[in-house]
Design a protein around this ligand. Structure first.
Ligand code: NIG
Ligand code: FE
Length: 405
């Protein structure tokens, strides 16, 4: 069905800029955008339902391209420990950190995981998110990784959200493989990934490249397995130290390398050459009280696209608002509000391999957009918390408020 959305201003985000059209209108047909431009030039023709957006600013639906929102339990006590000065790496070495969430996630049923993840996803939805990536990585064995990925798929089927599921089985070493990291990587590469991919549960493959997780050589074996299955890769890299995981990811044509506080210029060059997106995660930077900033100017200078995401997870970023991350990206990382919004739309789409269909408002793209009652798009990064009045349109249809209860 053809629909006209008039009386608005549109930040199309083409080319990573607002690329604004003021006094604009959009035309959608079915799930896609057919036309965007000044309302005065609106092509008249066949019958269409009309919607008056009341002078709102329209942006692409927000895309949260890096989350771990399916998990059991919480880590608020670890938060208290960290505030008393105990380091994240020390907590992890003592069997806390990721390992404690693995215990809680293994103990939870699929229904319990779905119920808690749904509540968290609704927070993001109310913030204007229409596309969401969800990683596994707290199961660390075949049945429990499968359980997490099935919950991710189920969320995509039951909420007005496009969900991309990423297998992060190489997130941490499970206790049953203690001292045998290479054997666990074999298990991931030879058994878990092929089985989960065959079940249709995996859109991309991720790993955690860090001293307290897996070495570049181990990550490379995971990437080789992903390539054999035809799956794109991404990597948690340079979060706590420099292992040049981002360069490794770029060599494998990764969609993205994420975190990147300890990224070097050589890594930046490799990412630029490969078209790998830099996904920055200000929530984890903030929660870990990190002081090493990701090298924003180098990323800009070499033309590496920068995405911004919540990293929603129970340990390092219990962040339930993507707009808050835009604010933090500006205040902590000195991004401009325009760069921050590009980071949660056009560049986030690229980080998920969805750039052909998502992230920009243009003819042929999916009609996922938000009409915000704001005076300027910079407000999306300006307000700290709270809920902004808006209408969310997904696949060309308004998301009704009851879908968000
Ligand atoms: O993205 N860096 C590794 N993984 C998560 C943290 C996971 C956790 O602490 O539970 C992250 O920050
Ligand atoms: Fe993460």
């Amino acid at each position: 069905m053809k629909q006209i959305w008039r009386n608005c201003h549109v930040a199309t985000m083409a080319g990573g800029e607002y690329a604004a059209v003021e006094r604009a209108a959009l035309v959608t047909r079915g799930q896609h955008i057919e036309w965007v431009g000044p309302e005065a030039d609106l092509p008249r023709g066949d019958e269409a339902a009309e919607h008056d957006l009341g002078g709102a600013w329209v942006t692409p639906g927000l895309i949260d391209c890096h989350t771990h929102l399916v998990f059991g339990g919480d880590r608020s006590q670890e938060f208290e420990q960290r505030l008393q000065g105990v380091d994240y790496a020390v907590i992890a070495a003592q069997g806390g950190g990721i390992a404690s969430t693995v215990r809680a996630t293994r103990a939870a049923t699929e229904a319990q995981l779905y119920a808690s993840a749904r509540r968290r996803a609704l927070h993001l939805l109310r913030d204007g998110v229409t596309t969401l990536e969800i990683k596994s990585g707290y199961g660390l064995d075949l049945p429990n990784e499968r359980k997490m990925l099935r919950v991710a798929r189920h969320l995509g089927q039951t909420l007005p959200l496009t969900v991309r599921a990423t297998c992060l089985a190489a997130h941490a070493l499970p206790p049953e493989f203690a001292g045998r990291a290479d054997d666990y990587i074999d298990e991931v590469a030879r058994r878990m990934l092929p089985v989960l991919a065959a079940e249709g549960l995996v859109d991309a493959v991720d790993a955690f490249c860090e001293h307290l997780a897996f070495s570049p050589a181990q990550v490379e074996r995971v990437f080789q397995a992903a390539a054999q299955l035809g799956l794109p890769v991404k990597l948690h890299a340079e979060q706590l130290s420099s292992l040049h995981g981002a360069s490794l990811a770029a060599r494998h044509g990764a969609l993205s390398a994420d975190h990147l506080e300890y990224l070097t210029e050589a890594d930046v060059r490799a990412m630029a050459a490969a078209g790998t997106v830099a996904v920055l995660l200000p929530g984890a930077f903030y929660a870990l009280r990190e002081t090493q900033l990701p090298p924003i100017d180098l990323l800009r200078r070499h033309g590496v696209p920068i995405a911004i995401s919540s990293d929603l997870n129970p340990g390092t970023s219990p962040a339930l608002s993507l707009r808050l991350m835009l604010s933090m990206a500006c205040t902590l990382f000195r991004l401009t509000p325009q760069e921050a919004l590009a980071g949660a739309t056009v560049h986030a789409a690229r980080a998920l391999g969805l750039q052909a269909s998502h992230g920009v408002l243009a003819p042929g793209k999916v009609a996922d957009f938000v009409a915000w009652d704001i005076a300027h798009p910079a407000e999306l990064a300006y307000w700290i918390g709270g809920e902004l009045p808006k209408r969310v349109i997904r696949h060309g249809e308004p998301v009704c408020a009851t879908a968000l209860d």
